[in-house]
Design a protein around this ligand. Structure first.
Ligand SMILES: [Zn+2]
Length: 378
């Protein structure tokens, strides 16, 4: 048995549907619904078959002052603003925070101000591409290990995309494993900056196509019946406008962190309130803005982000697709493309490419878990 699963970050259905991308090798193609959120929530859904409220991973930062790996940085908040958020201080806070959190997974403090970090913890503590990385939930890698199926994983923890491709080619030639999971992340970064440049997007996609075509050929030489799938975790939405939500909230004159806390995640903002004045003022402001909407409780349940507590946000404000919070804590870049908008928007959909119709229906990215199990013979 040989099964190859290739996750191409941000290879959305919009990019694939009108292109001949790998059409000869993988003639079966379909759109796949993603989660509301980012890769930090989407990839755990692929690996466990659960929605974010089930596996507990959503946006990287969550409210948890007691477990925050940045608690020690509280005295720094007394420094003048220009010092506490100086590049060198931020770097130090990031390095020490990473060590204290024991984080072995993806880690970044993004652009979150140093004075706010002590209120937050991160949800990805372990390398999710290893067994027990998503404990207490069971991931595909736990299942493979339990069943004694030999497998290899290639991702940004150990390789850049080119090196990952070289490594899987070598292992396939050596018939080193039965199950291969390759995660290519470079297209995502490229699309964030270049989604409007049709020519350069096509060139970049050709680069990925030729890499994957090479892997496909070698996989079929190893096993003519190899299961071979290319899929993504989400799409990419062209950014058309932005709004400075941070400034609008600050103009309310509320005190942060005493009265409220907010994280501005570029396509959504998340709030925690410590008094009614703050809750009312922010809710009223958000209700008056034409740039997005408050995600209601029933919608949160439908999206699988109705966490049993409000650690990921008491109030979630979703920007309308194509309209970005700028500036945001996801960096001061003027992104040309972004993901993490409404999953029902056409540009949000992920893609699945295969040799033939999959043996289990894949409607949502979480269904990829069942597909991987099936192809592994489990
Ligand atoms: Zn991205």
């Amino acid at each position: 048995m040989t099964a190859v699963f290739i996750l191409v970050d941000a290879l959305g259905w919009e990019l694939v549907k009108d292109r001949r991308f790998l059409l000869e090798e993988l003639p079966y193609r379909q759109a796949v619904e993603t989660i509301f959120g980012f890769s930090s929530g989407a990839i755990p859904s692929i690996l466990t078959g659960l929605l974010p409220e089930g596996h507990g991973h959503w946006n990287l930062f969550l409210y948890s002052p007691h477990s925050s790996p940045f608690r020690w940085a509280r005295p720094l908040t007394r420094l003048p603003a220009r010092w506490r958020n100086h590049r060198a201080v931020r770097k130090l806070v990031s390095i020490i925070g990473r060590r204290l959190s024991g984080a072995d997974g993806y880690f970044s403090i993004y652009g979150i101000p140093v004075e706010l970090l002590p209120y937050f913890d991160i949800c990805e503590k372990d390398n999710i591409y290893r067994p027990r990385g998503l404990a207490p939930n069971v991931s595909i890698f736990d299942q493979l290990q339990r069943a004694g199926i030999t497998y290899r994983v290639y991702c940004y923890h150990d390789y850049d995309d080119a090196a990952a491709v070289r490594a899987i080619l070598r292992d396939l030639r050596d018939r080193a494993a039965q199950f291969y999971f390759l995660y290519l992340c470079g297209l995502d970064a490229f699309l964030h900056d270049h989604i409007y440049s049709v020519e350069s997007v096509s060139r970049e996609m050709e680069r990925y196509e030729s890499w994957i075509r090479g892997i496909f050929r070698v996989a079929l030489e190893a096993d003519a019946h190899a299961a071979f799938y290319v899929f993504s975790d989400h799409g990419m939405t062209p950014v058309r406008e932005s709004f400075d939500l941070m400034e609008a909230v600050r103009a309310l004159g509320l005190r942060e962190p005493e009265e409220y806390l907010a994280l501005y995640d570029s396509t959504m903002a998340r709030f925690w309130f410590f008094n009614d004045r703050a809750r009312c003022a922010v809710t009223e402001l958000l209700g008056s803005l034409p740039y997005g909407r408050v995600v209601r409780r029933e919608e949160r349940r439908r999206l699988g982000i109705a966490f049993c507590d409000d650690r990921f946000g008491e109030l979630v404000y979703a920007m309308r697709p194509g309209c970005l919070i700028h500036p945001s804590y996801m960096g001061g870049n003027r992104w040309k493309g972004m993901h993490g908008f409404d999953p029902e928007h056409p540009t949000s959909y992920a893609a699945l490419l295969a040799r033939q119709e999959p043996p289990v229906p894949v409607r949502h990215i979480r269904d990829l878990f069942a597909l991987m199990l099936r192809e592994a013979g489990l």
